[in-house]
Design a protein around this ligand. Structure first.
Ligand code: HEC
Length: 759
């Protein structure tokens, strides 16, 4: 997930405004100018053809491609020479194709960018070596005619549908990676991957898809003899069922089914597949109960399918539907639904919690997590149901300039009435409340919950991870060197009241978008009760889940962010240049925000005490304006994808396999000693959980993304997995590094595999 929203830039605005504006007033009347009008005209169409797909036609930037105008651009580039801008663009733009245009085109594009930043045109053509500082000629404020109407540009520059513009659009916009298959169509307006409150989302290409428009119960179900889901079933799920996110309360994603095993998995075959709604983001967990599979699809299209053959039993299109074609950002999906009683519970990315009748699909109740305050309160991480309460997290909340905070909240499963909320930043007077420097409570932002929590019924405690404080850059957040509790923390809450039992901050004062928000896995060894988690820094943490005491930490992928982790307290120390960071400074971060680990949750294979963990290996150079340049993690030979197993007891490494394409699904392990995982390059595979050796693999429609599960109907074991696109990191991040991988932009589906039927 990349979720730093507008803050880096918004914050820079203040810093930049003074200096740059002063410069403008002085030079606006200056005669001459550094380039000609003809160059601006030529640059305008060349920009539309070569650059706009990523940086947008108004230069505002999208996802990884930073803004080329405005305050954030000027804060960095105002202090640099025209020659430096020229050389940056010539050397590396269009992204991945530096020096591919002719010199006159580069001159023209640079002229146009200067013009769009308020620099006046004159009589002399651009001097590529000019030492004039941008801040001395350009205000960052575009003149009225700066941005071409795309239609008009298409006529003069790249005609719509021309090979060049299609390449740019398909290849670039969303993932900032030319020739990288999908991603071109749906580029949100901000670099964060989602729109700010009230902001209109912009897309590079509205496309020609016919998007669904009619919400409601399109097929009413009549599932007879439905067995209500009880608390006892949630505590000890029937072997053939997958009733919740990670199958059990402890978050294992382990199936006790053993019909498919290391000996016969090579015979695995497709039983059925079902296409899911396209145009958006899907990272779903199929939920299965007594042979009925419940699926969440883009646009909150909820479906019940016969898990034996894929027949549709009911469909409720809750909406809202995507308004544009192509993959969506990280803010428009839901990772898992849940079952309790006769209801199916859904938390939608728009912040609604629904109870639907699991038998018919009809709505029972709906409640908004923020009472529908406009623009705040999304919920994408799935949910957990504990003793009749539906507990959900919140995302895209608590941003600078808004009055809200992020919280975890619980709803009565029978009525939808909100029961409690727990605010995930420590306020003045609360434990940890002094860890935000001098920041007033209103400015303590961030700490979202992107993944639903887990639960220990014996300790009656629910465990949740939180993301970093926002803005995520230390120098912009204003919290000085404070730890910013309860961000980046494991929270242990009483599920009945929402009261905090303890917390442990894994990355105090985080600054690189390396949050520690992902899964919490609960494992017992004799008397000891551990909690395992791993965040973007790739450190596998072990805590005592009774009191949050640090038990140990193990580095998985290479990391250079922390210099040391205190062996007693577990408190990490940051590199010195990180602590002293300045906005106008490139800083290296290994791993980068793709995450050494991300939402692709690990599995705990109980028989071998192994944690099987998807990892990613990439690093980033980061600039204060949000510019990120990805590079290979040292020592990996370009193997972005890594799957590793660690023995839970002592976190000892067991095995590692590496490959070029990163893994984009979580892991499910089974009593057949298998682990299933899918990747960016469309491969879904089964590995021997004891060695990592691939025993079976197949190629699917597009990127294998989501949370695979295993279930049984009529005595037969199946494995289900989804293919889909969309999402923030790590879906976007390999884009700039994996340019040889071509993926279709469509192909959202669920696939179900099983063994051949014996005659
Ligand atoms: C495929 C997407 C893509 C295309 C096409 C593209 N860029 Fe970029 N651009 C990026 C990304 C990603 C970055 C950030 C990484 C970097 O700085 O190299 C970037 C960075 C930049 C920067 C540095 C901004 C900063 O503040 O550091 C400039 C200037 C720039 N691009 C100009 C251009 C121009 C001009 C074109 C067209 C000739 C272009 N880009 C085409 C993706 C793209």
């Amino acid at each position: 997930m990349r979720h730093f929203a507008l803050h880096p830039r918004a914050a820079l605005l203040l810093a930049a405004a003074g200096t740059v504006l002063a410069g403008t007033i002085a030079v606006a009347q200056q005669p001459g100018g550094l380039f000609t009008r003809a160059q601006v005209a030529a640059g305008r169409s060349a920009y539309a053809e070569q650059c706009a797909a990523c940086h947008q036609s108004d230069l505002a930037g999208a996802t990884d491609a930073p803004a080329l105008t405005g305050a954030s651009f000027n804060a960095v580039w105002g202090k640099r020479a025209v020659a430096a801008l020229y050389s940056k663009i010539h050397a590396s733009m269009p992204y991945g194709r530096g020096a591919s245009l002719d010199d006159a085109t580069y001159d023209a594009i640079v002229a146009y960018i200067l013009y769009a930043n308020g620099a006046p045109a004159g009589d002399t053509p651009l001097d590529r070596k000019a030492t004039t500082l941008l801040g001395a000629v350009a205000s960052g404020k575009p003149p009225a005619d700066a941005f071409a109407d795309p239609q008009a540009t298409a006529a003069t520059g790249a005609p719509a549908g021309s090979t060049a513009s299609q390449e740019a659009q398909i290849g670039g916009a969303k993932e900032s990676a030319p020739a990288n298959g999908p991603g071109g169509a749906a580029a949100p307006a901000t670099s964060a991957g989602f729109a700010a409150p009230g902001q209109k989302v912009k897309y590079a290409d509205p496309g020609r898809f016919v998007l669904p428009s009619k919400p409601g119960l399109s097929l009413k179900g009549a599932i007879a003899d439905y067995r209500p889901v009880t608390d006892a079933m949630l505590r000890d799920p029937p072997p053939g069922d997958w009733l919740m996110f990670r199958r059990n309360y402890q978050g294992w994603s382990y199936s006790p089914l053993a019909q498919i095993d290391t000996g016969n998995v090579a015979k695995l075959q497709l039983k059925w597949m079902w296409s899911m709604p396209e145009n958006g983001t899907m990272e779903d967990t199929p939920i299965v109960h007594d042979g009925i599979m419940y699926m969440w699809g883009v646009g909150n299209v909820i479906q019940a399918l016969d898990a034996r053959d894929g027949e549709l039993l009911w469909e409720n299109r809750l909406g809202p539907f995507p308004t544009s074609a192509g993959p969506g950002p990280s803010s428009v999906e839901t990772r898992a639904m849940g079952l309790w009683g006769t209801n199916l519970y859904v938390n939608t990315p728009e912040g609604w919690v629904y109870a639907l009748d699991a038998r018919s699909g009809e709505e029972v109740w709906k409640t908004h997590i923020t009472d529908e305050k406009p623009g705040v309160g999304r919920s994408t991480g799935g949910l957990i149901i504990i003793k009749g309460k539906v507990i959900v997290g919140m995302t895209n909340c608590g941003r600078k300039g808004t009055p809200d905070h992020c919280y975890i909240s619980a709803y009565d499963a029978a009525t939808g009435k909100r029961d409690w909320t727990f605010t995930t930043v420590a306020l003045t007077g609360q434990p940890g409340g002094d860890s935000w420097g001098a920041l007033p409570d209103d400015e303590r932002k961030g700490s979202e919950t992107w993944i639903a929590g887990t639960y220990d019924p014996a300790l009656d405690t629910t465990y949740w991870g939180t993301a970093q404080g926002k803005p995520w850059r230390r120098d912009e957040r204003g919290s000085a060197t404070g730890a910013t509790d309860y961000a980046n923390s494991t929270l242990a809450l009483d599920p009945g009241t929402g009261k905090l039992r303890w917390w442990f901050n894994h990355a105090p004062g985080e600054t690189f978008d390396l949050d520690e928000v992902f899964e919490r896995v609960l494992v017992d060894h004799g008397e000891s009760k551990s909690l395992f988690t791993i965040g973007k820094a790739g450190i596998l943490w072990q805590l005592d889940r009774r009191d949050g005491k640090f038990l140990g930490a193990t580095e998985t992928v290479f990391q250079n962010v922390f210099t040391r982790i205190d062996p007693v307290t577990g408190r990490p120390s940051y590199r010195d240049d990180v602590v002293k960071q300045q906005s106008d400074q490139w800083l290296a971060s290994c791993p980068g925000p793709e995450g050494g680990h991300n939402w692709q949750a690990m599995s705990y294979h109980q028989p071998s005490d192994a944690l099987v963990i998807p990892l990613s290996q990439s690093c980033v150079l980061m600039l204060g304006n949000g510019s990120q340049v990805y590079y290979e993690m040292p020592g990996t030979g370009g193997q972005l994808g890594r799957l590793s197993a660690y023995r839970a007891r002592d976190r000892a490494p067991l095995w590692t396999v590496q490959q070029r394409a990163p893994f984009l699904t979580s892991v499910v392990s089974t009593a057949g000693n298998l682990a299933f995982v899918g990747d960016f390059d469309r491969v879904f595979r089964a590995v021997d959980v004891r060695t990592g050796e691939t025993l079976w693999k197949t190629r699917l429609g597009t990127t294998v993304q989501g949370f695979p599960v295993s279930f049984a109907v009529d005595g037969r074991q199946y494995v289900a997995v989804t293919t889909a696109l969309g999402g923030g990191s790590p879906q976007l991040k390999p884009g700039t590094m994996l340019t040889e991988v071509h993926r279709p932009i469509t192909g959202y589906a669920v696939y179900v595999f099983g063994l051949p039927e014996e005659k």
